[in-house]
Design a protein around this ligand. Sequence first.
Ligand code: A2P
Length: 280
Amino acid sequence: LTDTYTLNNGVEIPVVGFGTWQTPDGDVAYQSVKSALDAGYRHIDTAAAYGNEESVGRGIKDSSVDRHDIFLTTKLWNDDHGYESTKQALDVSLQKLETDYVDLYLIHWPNPIKFRDDWEDINAETWRAMEEAYRDGKVRAIGVSNFRPSHLTTLMKTATITPAVNQNYLNPSDMQPEVTRVNAQYNILNEAYSPLGTGELLQVKALQDMATKYQHSVPQVILRWSLQHHFLPLPKSTHADRIKDNTNLFDFKISDEDMQTIDGLHGTTRLATDPDETNF
Ligand code: A2P
């Protein structure tokens, strides 16, 4: 878990992150983060919209791990797009997380309101504030989430800093080929939320067979597959034993042939929210 990828600005990011979407605020989030740090995670992913930043911050503070040894990500919510509100929202997140910087700050969704035709200008203004926060040292890297190629190429018209990361719903059931292609073009790292398909992929027979073959759990096989694609998976769990189980990914390798078999699951289910159809 101390292995890292290097972002396009030179910052090192641990190759697996601990996801906290749908982790309830309060004791559950607090204990989960502490369990994750105990299990060896050094990368925690949260968001203003998850409503658990305070508990995540407390979990980090009360752990035995130094803040500077942890890679911490949070995200800007849709209501806060725009230059001034982005700056304010970041300050609120920093306050809740009880830290004076985050390692990565992401625009959570590209389209603040469906059919709002000035979203391009608003994203440009939001990004300008994010670039400023980066230059001020409040964030060590900036990026986006749920950005389709069109959102990204539009942002790049005015950006002076290329996003370091694009975080998407990304797992064997949806490999996001177009997004992955445009990310590669800009040297943007693919982060994978819901890497286990929010748990639903654990029931897929082909993956269960693969787990038997490799003598690992289904989540381990899926996360290993993600790493071998050079994705950065962000598995979520609120159970200490599962949190630990999801870290044992480095003592086996999936063969090229089996990677292709898992790739073949692409398109078999579609569980996530499509950013193009999202109305926030
Ligand atoms: P729980 O939080 O109750 O442990 P994703 O990371 O794709 O969002 O998937 C998260 C879901 O998968 C959660 O429902 C989580 O349940 C479940 N999960 C995570 N890791 C494991 C595991 N090792 N074994 C079984 N279920 C898991």
